[in-house]
Design a protein around this ligand. Structure first.
Ligand SMILES: [Zn+2]
Length: 117
C-alpha cells in the first residue's frame, strides 16, 4: 500500500468534524477534488450564451456535464477545434469563446447527445 498523507490534527471546534469519506476535516474535505463522475453513454448538455466581463465578451457554455476532468478537457479541445475558437473546461461545463450555440448544438446532437437550451 502506498502511504497517503494523514489529516493534520485540528483543534478548532468548527473543524473537528471529519468527513466520513476521505477522513479529512469537513472544512478541508478532499472529496470534491478527487471524486470524478463516470461519463454516461447518453449525455445531456445545457447550452447557453453568456456575456461576461466588462468588455461584454460572449461565451457559449455547454453545461450540466459529468464532473470528469479528463473528459471535459478532451471535449473542450474538440469543441475549440470545431469552432476555431478559444475556450476552457470548467468543473462540469465547457466554455467556448464567441456565440457558437447553433454549431455546438448540431455537433453534440450528431454525437447522440441530448441538448437543451
Ligand atoms: Zn471528504
Amino acid at each position: 500500500m502506498t502511504a497517503r498523507p494523514r489529516p493534520k490534527t485540528v483543534f478548532s471546534t468548527e473543524l473537528r468534524r471529519v468527513c466520513p469519506r476521505c477522513g479529512w476535516p469537513i472544512a478541508d474535505c478532499r472529496c470534491a477534488q478527487t471524486r470524478e463522475d463516470a461519463v454516461p453513454a447518453r449525455l445531456t448538455a445545457r447550452l447557453r450564451v453568456e456575456r461576461a466581463g466588462r468588455k461584454g465578451k460572449t461565451v457559449t457554455i455547454v453545461d450540466g456535464l459529468p464532473r470528469n476532468a479528463a473528459f471535459l478537457k478532451e471535449l473542450a479541445a474538440e469543441l475549440k477545434r470545431a469552432c476555431g475558437s478559444g475556450g476552457t473546461a470548467g468543473e462540469t461545463w465547457v466554455e467556448i469563446q464567441g456565440d457558437h450555440c447553433t454549431a455546438l448544438r448540431e455537433l453534440l446532437r450528431v454525437r447522440g447527445w441530448v441538448v437543451k437550451g
